[in-house]
Design a protein around this ligand. Structure first.
Ligand code: EPZ
Length: 420
């Protein structure tokens, strides 16, 4: 297993190219199951999660060919069943269920197991499928859905924490091939959902209202092949913006879309970080002292939960008290104790973490627990004195394309080593 060795204290400088969005690429790859014709998806990030999705589609019978940052997928003849050994590797694979149900009127997918950041039930996905007329049952660790006909319906998909991203995606994909009109209230508004709807419409679907809480899907008989370029990864862009701020550097984010990052940039500006558009890039620079800010994670367009850990790392470096409240996932504070190993002072009280920031961090061996927690530990290591060893970086590789290489190009002293 690999780890990252980081010698901290170097301000990051230079340009970073933002990759395609993991959380758009995964459901878009799954959506290709809705047609037997070839689809080509461009700007697909080189990540282990993307490779997993390729393996799952191949096991279902699709031809999957990666070429550079594109993938060509043709799901001519497919089976409707994905087994545990495949699905357990990646929760996001649940989004094959909607396309399978839509196209084959049946789907059998292993239930995704537990997750360190929260229980992550799929009750809203299943509620949506049942509203379309599917019979859903859970047995032997599998969720099975089947329907003689799928018929459009009105439904409310809001849950404990508001909307569901993959739940909206799954129901939207199934409803594309249902008879009649489906209206989804409390739909997720994330840019990744909008990107998926754009791809589906390019395949001949009739989806309106993507990006708003009310989605209207008019079912069609069949869908055809299409080509699509995935949106840039706003979470990756936010991560590099925070790394620039944490190290007191200056980094142009090439290819990032400011329109997807309002909540993050708004909070960074409140801390005193400068964010300017310069030509095609968004330049993030920090000169001088940071100010503490309070953060509450919310569904889009609120502050993203996938940036909470990285922002916490920044607040440990900021003199003063900041309160970070996690409203989306009930146990997404795994990074707190590891940041504590670097000398951070953080107390958890219910859904909030109280960060007493400003004390310099010092390097130490730390353990990554999940994707975004590992990014937070890398950011803290870049700012800490001495050497930090981030173990289990396979978590990082799930969602960040060549992060250590990109950081090295920004001047970071970082190397990938075999875990000792
Ligand atoms: C997507 O997960 C992302 N994953 C997550 O990113 C992201 O954190 C999350 O959306 C929220 O923005 C992908 O797109 C592959 P949800 P998803 O359904 O769709 C509850 C990363 O780091 N809920 O929007 O699985 C759920 O428990 C990953 O890249 C139900 O109660 O998240 C959570 O509390 C991590 N019932 C909340 O809703 C349901 O049926 C939001 O979850 C579904 C969800």
């Amino acid at each position: 297993m690999e780890s990252l060795l980081i010698k901290g204290g170097v301000p990051l400088c230079g340009e970073v190219q933002i990759s395609g969005a993991k959380n758009a690429a995964l459901p878009i790859m799954a959506a290709t199951l809705l047609t037997g014709e070839p689809c080509v998806i461009r700007r697909v990030p080189d990540l282990s999660d993307v490779k997993f999705m390729g393996e799952i589609l191949t096991c279902l019978g699709a031809e999957v060919r990666f070429q550079g940052d594109s993938v060509r997928i043709q799901a001519r003849k497919i089976s409707g069943s994905a087994d545990y050994d495949l699905v357990r590797k990646m929760r996001g694979s649940i989004c094959i269920m909607g396309p399978l149900l839509g196209r084959l009127r049946k789907a059998s997918v292993s239930l995704p197991g537990g997750c360190v950041i929260g229980a992550r039930p799929i009750n809203l996905h299943l509620k949506g499928f049942e509203a379309l007329g599917a019979r859903v049952m859970i047995e032997n660790g599998y969720v099975r859905a089947g329907a003689r006909r799928l018929v459009g319906a009105d439904m409310f998909l809001g849950g404990r924490a508001g909307s569901t991203v993959l739940g909206t995606a799954n129901v939207m994909m199934a409803a594309c091939l249902a008879e009649g009109v489906t209206t989804v209230e409390s739909a997720a508004c994330e840019p990744e959902v909008v990107d998926l709807a754009a791809f589906l419409n390019a395949m001949g679907a009739k989806i309106a209202g993507a990006g708003s809480p009310t989605l209207t899907i008019t079912g069609v008989k069949e869908l055809h092949g299409a080509e699509h370029e995935v949106i840039p990864d706003r979470i990756e862009a936010a991560t590099y913006a925070i790394a620039a701020a944490a190290t007191g550097g200056e980094v142009p984010l090439r290819g990032a879309r400011a329109g997807h990052l309002h909540a993050v940039f708004d909070k960074l500006r409140d801390t005193g970080v400068k964010i300017d558009r310069v030509g095609p890039a968004i330049v993030v620079r920090r000169h001088g002292r940071l100010k503490p800010v309070d953060i509450t994670t919310l569904p889009y367009a609120g502050f993203p939960t996938d940036v909470q850990a990285q922002m916490m790392a920044l607040m440990t470096l900021t003199p003063g008290i900041s309160i970070i409240t996690e409203r989306i996932f009930e146990s997404r504070f795994m990074h707190v104790s590891e940041l504590g190993r670097l000398g951070a002072d953080i107390e958890i009280e219910g859904p909030s973490a109280i960060v007493k920031g400003g004390k310099p961090l010092s390097g130490a061996p730390v353990m990554a627990s999940d994707l975004r927690a590992s990014a937070a530990l890398v950011i803290a290591g870049l700012a800490a004195r001495g050497t930090t060893q981030v173990n289990r970086v396979y978590h990082l590789d799930r969602g960040y394309e060549s992060m250590d290489a990109k950081l090295r190009r920004l001047g970071a002293r970082i190397e990938r080593v075999e875990e000792s």
